[in-house]
Design a protein around this ligand. Structure first.
Ligand code: SF4
Length: 404
């Protein structure tokens, strides 16, 4: 490689035309097209299916997957690696691996994760981004980097960066072990004295609120958040001024509630007048996540559904958020793909559970309408296969679908 050769790519390779046919063949679905033509609601015999108006691949995932295919096209003779899964979907990851792109599992130290990567190799960074230390390490190797970090994730980083610059600790609504949250948290450390604390849900946020009010000892807080706080985190010092951020794929209503509770706690401790200098918040849920959550809520409100099937990887946060919206209202089955519908049983992961479970006779007898949505990392072909499987349970095919 010559010294002047470009090694950092963030905008793709202008090879859309070349990769489009294979992308269409891999991820497109005629069944989904048909459902859209029929107004997102259709029926075959006694089985109705209704699709949320926004579902599946988001703009960030679309772009990341396309760049991975473009990278293969652009560097046919080089070894290509991917920092972790490109997105949380087993089928898509499998197809990417079939292109000869090797997924490097997570490791505590970048030196270990990228030990086998050489200057002549190509490394693709996923849509969730990678922590600052990993990027620096990769840059020092001199390999080609294809950075697919989503613009909405970059926007969160910008806010976290600003908080750190202005002396605010970032309180991140997110899972501290999720790739995106790890990358976002690392941004807080790019300024001297910068800190972060990750809270994954309302009960955790409540512990932080009660610490701020003086009702929880610092030692208890540290114990609870030992894996989720920045190194050297001192609750007394580092929760004096806080800025809120989120993993982009969390449940919007929960993020807003966490924001509001923390705002109240800061107000209770220091008074209303102190809020501007002690509390900041930005809504960093991405618009694609928001649109999918809004669409499924609207569909539920319209009524007429008997069960909900939510499709997406079990480790996909935004899919979990969709399932959490549906579960209190209807029997909800979060499945990773069509193969989870096995005869009259469905293998699904209940909200909050860590394992799949099988439910028999999940599809009620007689006329039934199934609501469907899919997380941002689920391609249309998977959605189409699920529809086929559901219809087949009643001996119907997608060719029989007519407007509901
Ligand atoms: S879910 Fe949002 S932030 Fe994540 S890749 Fe998609 S568009 Fe980007």
């Amino acid at each position: 490689m010559s010294g002047s050769e470009q090694t950092y790519f963030q905008k793709g390779f202008n090879l859309k035309a070349q990769v489009r046919p294979v992308l269409a063949q891999s991820y497109h679905s005629k069944v989904v097209d048909r459902l859209k033509e029929l107004g997102y609601a259709a029926r075959a015999g006694e089985v109705g299916v209704k699709l949320a108006r926004e579902f599946g691949f988001c703009y960030g995932v679309d772009r990341a997957v396309e760049y991975a295919y473009e990278a293969r096209e652009r560097f046919p003779d080089r070894r290509i690696f991917l920092s972790g899964e490109i997105i949380h979907n087993p089928e898509v990851n499998g197809r990417i691996e079939a292109l000869g792109i090797r997924i490097l599992p997570d490791h505590r130290r970048p030196e270990d994760r990228y030990a086998g990567v050489e200057a002549t190799d190509v490394v693709i960074l996923p849509a969730f981004g990678v922590p600052v230390g990993e990027l620096q390490h990769l840059r020092s190797k001199g390999c080609v980097l294809v950075d697919t970090t989503c613009g909405s994730v970059l926007n969160v980083w910008k806010n976290v960066h600003r908080y750190a610059r202005d002396g605010f600790t970032s309180v991140i609504h997110g899972k501290h072990y999720h790739e995106e949250t790890k990358a976002t948290a690392s941004q807080a450390l790019t300024h001297p004295g910068g800190h972060y604390l990750c809270v994954k849900d309302l009960p955790e946020a409540e512990v932080v609120c009660e610490f701020i009010r003086g009702n929880v000892p610092a030692a208890d807080l540290l114990q609870r958040f030992r894996e989720a706080a920045s190194p050297g985190f001192d609750p007394e010092r580092d929760l004096q001024r806080i800025g809120l951020a989120n993993q982009t794929t969390m449940l919007m209503t929960e993020s807003l509630e966490i924001q509001e509770r923390l705002r109240r706690a800061v107000r209770d401790r220091w008074g209303e007048a102190a809020l501007p200098e002690r509390f900041r918040a930005f809504d960093t849920i991405c618009s694609a996540t928001q649109d999918r959550q809004d669409a499924v809520l609207k569909m539920l409100e319209e009524g007429g559904l008997d069960v909900m099937v939510v499709i997406g990887g079990h480790n996909s946060s935004n899919t979990q958020a969709l399932a959490r919206i549906c579960a209190p209202r209807l029997p909800t089955y979060h499945i990773s793909g069509a193969d989870r519908i096995q005869g009259a049983a469905i293998r699904h992961r209940p909200v909050g559970a860590h394992e799949e479970t099988a439910t028999e006779a999940w599809l009620p007898a007689g006329p039934v309408t199934v609501g469907l949505t899919a997380g941002a990392s689920t391609p249309n072909n998977v959605v189409g296969e699920v529809v086929e499987r559901i219809l087949a349970l009643r001996g119907r095919t997608t060719d029989e679908l007519t407007a509901a």
